[in-house]
Write a protein that binds this ligand. Structure first.
Ligand SMILES: C[S@@+](CC[C@H](N)C(=O)[O-])C[C@H]1O[C@@H](n2cnc3c(N)ncnc32)[C@H](O)[C@@H]1O
Ligand SMILES: [Zn+2]
Length: 282
């Protein structure tokens, strides 16, 4: 049994912004104005009321989520996940008890890896948020001890200064919301595509491949502490290549002919190129 008991997570009501409290039944959260939100059977909380949804199914759809899980579970991005865990270890070496939010967490792959690979994971209080309900349900099912929430990064349902650290892997964010939910001197860890990321896959799709910028622009109000670039080659099979394509934004540009050519290629070595940057709130 771990000796450390994580504090009860605190949320803000997405309708009126008042604090939300767990009700005596243990099955729902409610604010003083009686806006109430039930915990789903998987244990997650949906804090994205319909009036804040811009579409019926915002974020990644079920097919994209399934493709992402299939590709990630095959281990192709595991070296990057390990590097993320090592950066969290560095922050934790100065501050052992750490509340960490995975922003745009998708189906929770990195949350699971962090729980496995971080040296002091029992002192990490992990939370995840994503706008896609399917993804959050899948994440919560696999990792019931982590509190997952359906919500938007543009209007995070957490009080000011809730987290010691925010992790953002290939996901959108709002700089002011990041500043607001982080504690003083809080850390932000971003993973963004490096110039050569998935180069050979892109060559299939675009007549002229453009490299990503080498450095991601600094989020407003943060100072860069360190940057690490990780690149290596992967050789997914045809089915895994199709899954990879489906989880990327350039899937929209791949017509049936391109997809067939990608499927019929015997072997394709694809470069990965990740930029991990650790920032601190100024
Ligand atoms: C490229 S995926 C990355 C998912 C995960 N971090 C990973 O690397 O496996 C981007 C994620 O951001 C989510 N997303 C998009 N818009 C969002 C928003 N406004 N608020 C929260 N999440 C959002 C999507 O649903 C999707 O799961
Ligand atoms: Zn309310």
């Amino acid at each position: 049994m771990p000796s450390f008991i994580p504090p009860t997570p605190l949320y803000c009501c997405p309708v009126c912004n008042d604090p939300l409290f767990l009700q005596a039944t243990g099955k729902s959260y409610a604010c003083s104005q009686r806006h109430s939100f039930d915990l789903a059977k998987e244990g997650y909380l949906n804090l994205l009321p319909v009036q804040f949804k811009h579409s019926k199914e915002p974020g990644d759809n079920k097919a994209m989520m399934t493709a992402r899980r299939q590709f990630l579970e095959a281990g192709f991005y595991e070296p990057m996940a390990k590097a993320v865990a090592m950066m969290i270890d560095v922050v934790q070496s100065q501050q052992p008890t750490l509340s960490l939010l995975d922003l745009g967490c998708g189906e929770g792959y990195y949350n699971r890896k962090i729980a496995n690979y971080c040296k002091s994971s029992e002192q990490l209080v992990l939370q995840g948020i994503d706008i896609a309900k399917f993804a959050i349900a899948a994440a919560a099912k696999k990792q019931p001890e982590t509190q997952f929430v359906v919500g938007s990064c543009n209007r995070l349902p957490y009080p000011n200064k809730s987290f010691d650290m925010v992790l953002r892997i290939f996901a959108p964010s709002d700089d002011q919301e990041l500043q607001r939910v982080l504690k003083s001197n809080g850390h932000l860890l971003t993973v963004t595509p490096g110039p050569r990321h998935l180069w050979q896959l892109k060559e299939f799709i675009y007549s002229e491949v453009k490299a990503h910028a080498e450095e991601s622009s600094a989020p407003l109000g943060f100072d860069r502490l360190t940057t690490q670039r990780i690149s290596y080659k992967i050789s997914p099979d045809a089915q895994q290549r199709a899954a990879l394509l489906q989880m990327t934004p350039f899937a929209w540009h791949a017509n049936a002919e391109t997809q067939l050519a990608l499927n019929n290629t015997e072997q394709l070595d694809i470069e990965t190129d990740f930029v991990l940057t650790l920032w601190r709130l100024s």
